[in-house]
Design a protein around this ligand. Structure first.
Ligand SMILES: [Zn+2]
Length: 120
């Protein structure tokens, strides 16, 4: 994706629907690779990876079928989730300093995802 907005985005940009986004955020979204974009748009698709006893409860690791992100859950003996942490693949996370994720940013991610489908 180049520096100018994709033709599919132009109408929405012109209507001002994404005007709340700063340029850094827009450039970052446009540069997200296809795998990460899909997971950001449609959410991760988890699969079991490892599981075992830990302390009085359990710990399991799930792996995303799309982007290989790992999700490590600590569970109580009754299966309640006590703690969840993620290990993201290189380049998945937004650069620091871009502020909070806004609904406009998520909308742009959704549109970028649609463009990838249209172009494939
Ligand atoms: Zn994923």
């Amino acid at each position: 994706m180049g520096r100018s907005a994709h033709p599919l985005l132009v109408g929405r940009w012109k209507r001002g629907g994404l005007m709340g986004l700063n340029k850094e955020v827009r450039l970052w979204v446009e540069g997200i690779d296809e795998t990460s974009l899909k997971c950001r748009d449609l959410h991760h698709s988890w699969n079991h990876y490892t599981a075992g006893r830990k302390g009085r409860g359990y710990e399991r690791t799930l792996v995303c079928k799309g982007c290989d992100t790992l999700k490590v859950q600590s569970l109580s003996s009754r299966g309640m989730i006590l703690k969840t942490k993620y290990q993201y693949i290189e380049g998945y996370l937004r650069p620091k300093g871009l502020g909070r994720v806004t609904k406009e940013e998520n909308a742009l991610i959704r549109l970028q995802s649609i463009i990838k489908v249209v172009e494939s």
